[in-house]
Design a protein around this ligand. Structure first.
Ligand code: CIR
Length: 343
């Protein structure tokens, strides 16, 4: 479908918002305000300012998904390649999968993250400073009541001086302001106010507070024991789910600021060194695509591959369960390691 003239999308923009937001639909939706006062103009600001956006729309609260459904649903269905009758699939059972690389020849680290947002607060792009602080307090309280085996420390970025903050950054423990896509969506507003990180005592589990989503819960460890990383993550997810009220929809799953993350909101991946496959990019791409995996640069989204270290992670997040995502990743990375050995 071709965008009708009249909407300020750049001529070369290939974003899904340009593809799906017809002028007629724009006029139909432009006067709607969500309960937290979010508008379609705010939702598409990032896509207009960044013509290289892949989708170009953010939700400002959980109600955005209903209020702007005529444009958001087709984008979600297209981005997530959903079949008719699609629905979020629950499922968080402990995984039992062998270590992918016990000698640690190829896999540098395994990492899984999920996004969570809290019912009753607007999403990051539409929060006031007070709401960010109130959310941080709510989450800090939940961290304090975690059982002993999950406990750790929360650090608020505004409590740190520059030297302390830089030391955290170097250890990969702090997060900076988001990219220009998030910036245009209002997600970076008032940074670093209300932002911080929880770290478990053994540093395997971390939670970012008030980044793109209210919470980014992640687990990471060196090597290829993806099942262990998954099991650690789901313990924390379940503990926080018992203490906080997450924004959730039976059909769409967990609701997130970026519609590319709805559903399980899970990205499970490895950092893997592939000397030989680096010389055969289309072969690597084919194996990855066959296993529903995505290859990104060493630093993640929109970065270059350095020293043959690839970031390989799941493409599918909605319509399949978290357990299936981890099994797919395991099988796909096994195939990639086998191909690397055979070259
Ligand atoms: C975009 O539309 O490109 C940005 N808003 C970011 C999308 C997020 N991630 C992605 O495509 N995997």
């Amino acid at each position: 479908m071709k965008a009708e003239p009249g909407l300020p999308f750049h001529a070369f923009s290939q974003s899904k918002i340009k593809q799906y937001l017809t002028l007629t639909l724009y006029h139909e939706l432009k006067t709607i305000r969500t309960p937290s006062g979010y508008s379609l103009d705010q939702a598409i600001r990032s896509g207009i300012e960044n013509p290289d956006s892949s989708i170009g729309i953010y939700a400002g609260d959980m109600e955005s998904y209903d209020c702007f459904a005529p444009v958001l649903l087709p984008i979600i269905e297209d981005y997530h390649h959903l079949d008719p009758g699609w629905s979020h699939k629950p499922g968080l059972e402990d995984a039992a999968l062998p270590d992918l690389d016990p000698e640690q020849t190829f896999i540098r680290s395994s990492r899984i993250r999920v996004a969570r947002n809290l019912n009753g607060f607007p999403f990051s792009g539409n929060m006031t400073p007070d709401q960010r602080l109130a959310l941080e307090e709510t989450v800090k309280h939940a961290f304090k009541t975690l059982p002993e085996k999950l406990s750790g420390a929360y650090i608020s970025f505004t409590d740190l001086n520059e030297k302390q903050f830089n030391a955290l950054l170097e250890k990969g423990l702090a997060f900076r302001k988001g990219d220009r896509f998030m910036d245009a969506a209002g997600i970076n507003r008032d940074y670093p106010l209300g932002r911080g990180i929880f770290t478990s005592r053994d540093k395997v589990v971390r939670v970012w507070v008030n980044e793109e989503d209210h919470l980014r819960i992640m687990a990471q460890s060196p090597g290829g024991d993806i099942a262990n990383v998954f099991n650690r993550l789901i313990q924390m997810m379940k503990a926080l789910d018992n203490r906080l009220d997450f924004a959730f929809d039976r059909k769409k799953g967990f609701l997130t600021a970026c519609p590319t993350n709805v559903g399980t909101s899970m990205r499970a991946g490895v950092h893997i060194h592939l000397d030989k496959l680096e010389q055969k990019p289309s072969f690597l791409e084919t194996i990855a695509t066959d296993h529903h995996l995505q290859i990104r640069g060493t630093g993640g989204e929109k970065t270059a591959v350095e020293k043959a270290v690839f970031d390989i992670s799941n493409v599918r997040r909605l319509g399949i369960s978290a357990n299936t995502i981890v099994k797919d990743l395991h099988r796909g990375v096994q195939a990639i390691i086998q191909a690397e050995r055979n070259l």
